[in-house]
Design a protein around this ligand. Structure first.
Ligand code: KDG
Ligand code: MG
Length: 402
């Protein structure tokens, strides 16, 4: 069996997506997501210039060898561009293998460990009242786990506050939008938000929050401590994690569960955090971390330390990644939760899929491979539109982490 063709499809049904389609001499094809929010065309170039020429003629059944070829063989390892390109190849090859076998990827991995996948949605409001209402809307939609983000008095364009209730989309301009950050205001406001949410809705729902890399380790420790009475499911990305050791200080001061990993690319980014039990959830995702082949190694390693998965699932991860993630989540023994931000109707139409939401959970549907396709004719009607993620500055102009 041979790969006969591979091509990259870029489409913007409301936001940009990069998809790799791999075709074989058996008439079976597979697709993989390669979207890197705000840097999409760099992955297109990587795939077209450096990956596709080497794919042609390879045996698509040799997934492991392809992974090693594009990881070890590149010499220049790791990084968001390389690992997304590898992920796209990997997911497309797992899709092909599933189609050839007449099996879902879950079955190829060893079969389902659960009946459906617990997900969390994003509730956000411009202020306290708006956020309380938004959480109520998610409860009405059937979510049992909800991430709450809120506009903060005195902060211009706080992270996570959307333009609509269901479709938060931060990449919005050809040059990054400038936001302004103030840590003290956030530290004062955040416990008040969760106090109000618990007072309004009680303790029956799981509540999550994303700090989006804004705090120092000591500030993160303070926040974790102050949020303890509200029993969060997790506090995410509360400080940048390039220095994994930084989490030791936070851990020593709070029992609020910690989640990290949406910008990680390989197991090496998470190794110390996991083996020192400095986090509770690893949020690496299939598209960001070299595909299913690599993520299952991360998950197995994490299982040794009772760290559970919680894959990133924002709208910049295409339905192809969501379909593949659900296949993975159904199998992975140490599953924690899956992020699920709904795509727009336009996006869902370009990527037909079988997964569906019911009562706070996603059901993958009866599929072969990952079960997501691309309607290329429809995709061609939405040309690429440049868009970038915002940047953040402190009030005195100093650049900060967005
Ligand atoms: O592209 C950036 C988004 O994926 C990110 O800001 C979303 O932090 C995020 C999350 O937890 O979904
Ligand atoms: Mg996040």
């Amino acid at each position: 069996m041979k790969i006969t063709a591979a091509r990259v499809i870029v489409t913007c049904p409301g936001r940009n997506f990069v998809t790799l389609k791999i075709e074989t001499d058996q008439g079976v094809y597979g697709i993989g997501d390669a979207t890197l929010n705000g840097r999409e065309l760099s992955v297109v170039a990587y795939l077209e210039e450096h990956v596709i020429p080497a794919l042609i003629g390879k045996d698509p059944r040799r997934i492991e060898d392809a992974w090693q070829y594009f990881y070890r063989g590149a010499y220049w390892r790791r990084g968001p561009v390389t690992m997304r390109a590898i992920a796209a190849v990997d997911v497309a090859l797992w899709d092909i293998k599933g189609k050839m076998a007449g099996m879902s990827i879950t079955d190829l991995l060893g079969g389902a460990s659960r009946d459906s996948v617990l997900v969390y949605g994003h509730a956000n409001g411009a202020d306290l009242e708006g956020t309380i209402d938004a959480v109520g809307q998610y409860i009405d939609l059937g979510y049992t786990a909800i991430r709450a983000q809120s506009g903060i008095p005195g902060i211009k364009l706080a992270y996570g506050v959307g333009r609509g209730t269901l479709h938060y989309e931060p990449a919005d301009a050809t040059l990054p939008t400038e936001t302004v950050w103030n840590t003290s205001k956030y530290l004062d406001y955040c416990p008040k938000l969760f106090d109000a949410l618990r007072s309004n809705y009680g303790n029956d729902h799981e509540l999550l929050h994303d700090g989006h890399h804004r705090l120092t380790p000591n500030e993160a420790a303070q926040l974790g401590k102050n949020l303890e009475p509200y029993r969060l499911f997790w506090l995410e990305d509360i400080t940048p994690a390039e220095n994994q050791e930084a989490f030791r200080h936070i851990r020593q001061h709070t029992t609020t569960p910690l989640a990290v990993g949406e910008i990680f690319n390989t197991i090496w980014d998470a190794k110390d955090l996991i083996q020192n039990q400095l986090i509770d959830y690893i949020r690496m995702t299939i598209v960001g971390s070299g595909g299913i082949t690599h993520l299952r190694r991360v998950a197995d390693f994490a299982a040794l330390w009772q760290v559970r998965t919680g894959s990133h699932g924002a709208t910049d991860l295409s339905p192809v990644t969501m379909g593949a993630a659900l296949q993975f989540d159904m199998w992975v023994p140490n599953f924690g939760i899956q992020e699920y931000m709904r795509h727009t109707e336009e996006t869902d139409a370009v990527f037909p899929h079988a997964y569906s939401f019911d009562k706070g959970r996603l059901h993958p549907g009866a599929v072969v491979g990952h079960g997501v396709d691309i309607d290329e004719a429809l995709a061609a009607r939405y040309p690429y539109k440049p868009a970038q993620l915002p940047v953040a500055r402190l009030e005195d102009g100093t650049m900060w982490n967005w």
